[in-house]
Structures are given as C-alpha cells and as structure tokens.
Design a protein around this ligand. Structure first.
Ligand SMILES: [Cu+2]
Length: 211
C-alpha cells in the first residue's frame, strides 16, 4: 500500500510539471502540405479553424509535411516561417496582439493562405453612394480583410446600391432614398457593386490579406 502511494506521488511529481507547462499556453495546430497537397490550415485545440483569438501567448504546433511548401505566419510583432525545401515539425511560442494576422505558403501565396483577427480590430470605414444622377461610388477601392462598416447614401429613386462578393450580398431598394449602414466581414477577393436598374453603374473593390 505504502509503495503504491509512493509510486503515485512519484508519478505525479514526474508528470505534473510537464502537464502544467503544457497547460500554460493555449495550443494551436498549423498544418501544411499533407501528402504534398496544396492544403494549409491553422486550427485551435478542438480542431476548429482559427478565425479569432484573444490576445496572448500561444504554443503553435507546426506540421510542415511537404518539401514543396512551408508555413509562414505574419502579423503584429510576428514573422515566422518554416523552410520550403524540407519537412519540419516545430513548436513556436508566440505572443499575438490586437490586429490582423495572415498565414500562407511562401512558394504558393495566392493558392495557400488564410487569416484571422486577434482581440480588438477596428472596422474599415467605407463610404458608398448612388445618385442623384447616374453615378455610383464606393471608397476606398482596396482594403484588407476583416470587419468593415459601409455607410451607403442612396440619393436616387431610380437606382440602388447592390454589393456582392465573398460572404456579402447587400442592397438598398431601387425606389428607396436614404442612408443605411452595413457591418460586414470582408474576405480576400473581388467585390462588385452595381445598380440593379442600370448595368453601366458599377465598380469593384479589391480585398487583400493583411500587409
Ligand atoms: Cu506551397
């Protein structure tokens, strides 16, 4: 009995410190190039894709599974990457602050990429207008991914303002006049805006990853 208690205490002493150390920082898992595929991901401990994190220090377990690809993470105070030419398993302990972070494969950044926000991120402010004559506009014309607030001034009874793109499809009424505000999350890609009444009234917005 005494031996068993001693053994239990010994095991606890052996394993507790490492268990506590592991519990210190939340763990994230980055993976790139499984079976040489063009797949890249960053997940939380439960396996869900990371879209938003609290500011703080994280242990990021990186599995670079391919010699063709790498995992590159960047954002406020962070610039970290595995090498493209080799496979690598590594843990990065990184402190993430308020802002937008992106990740990609340095060799294929347009095909293999992702992003997330940390803490408080200010919404990009857009001004949109249509009318009173045959005019339509949206400013700025380029922006980064993330939260955005779009204030639409619809000054036309014969045209509307209709914005479409990744995850967004919003419009004012054709006969409506007035001011509306939309809160949206912009994803990488091309958004277009138009009047549903006059096809010549249109334009586009390009949304890029941070930096
Ligand atoms: Cu790649």
């Amino acid at each position: 009995m005494a031996t068993r208690i001693l053994l239990t205490a010994l095991l606890a002493a052996l394993f507790l410190p490492s268990a506590l150390a592991r519990a210190d920082n939340p763990r994230l898992v980055a993976s790139v190039g499984r079976n040489d595929s063009f797949a890249i991901s960053l997940s939380d401990a439960s396996g869900s894709p990371v879209t938003h994190l609290d500011p703080g220090t994280y242990d990021i377990e990186v599995h670079d599974l391919s010699e063709m690809h790498n995992f590159h993470l960047y954002g406020p105070s962070v610039q970290q990457a595995t090498a493209v030419g080799n496979k690598e398993d590594v843990v990065w302990t990184l402190t993430l602050a308020d802002g937008k972070y992106g990740f990609d494969c340095t060799a294929h950044p347009t095909l293999m990429k992702g992003w997330f926000t940390v803490g408080q991120v200010a919404a990009t402010q857009f001004g949109a207008s249509v009318g009173p004559k045959r005019t339509i506009s949206l400013k700025p014309k380029t922006a980064q991914v993330g939260p955005a607030t779009i204030t639409v001034n619809d000054r036309s009874r014969g045209d509307n303002f209709h914005l479409t793109g990744p995850g967004v499809n919003k419009k004012t009424g054709v006969t409506f006049r007035g001011r509306v505000t939309w809160n949206v999350t912009l994803q990488p890609g091309i958004y277009s805006y138009r009047s549903d009444k006059h096809k010549s009234l249109r334009g586009s917005l390009i949304v890029t990853l941070p930096f």
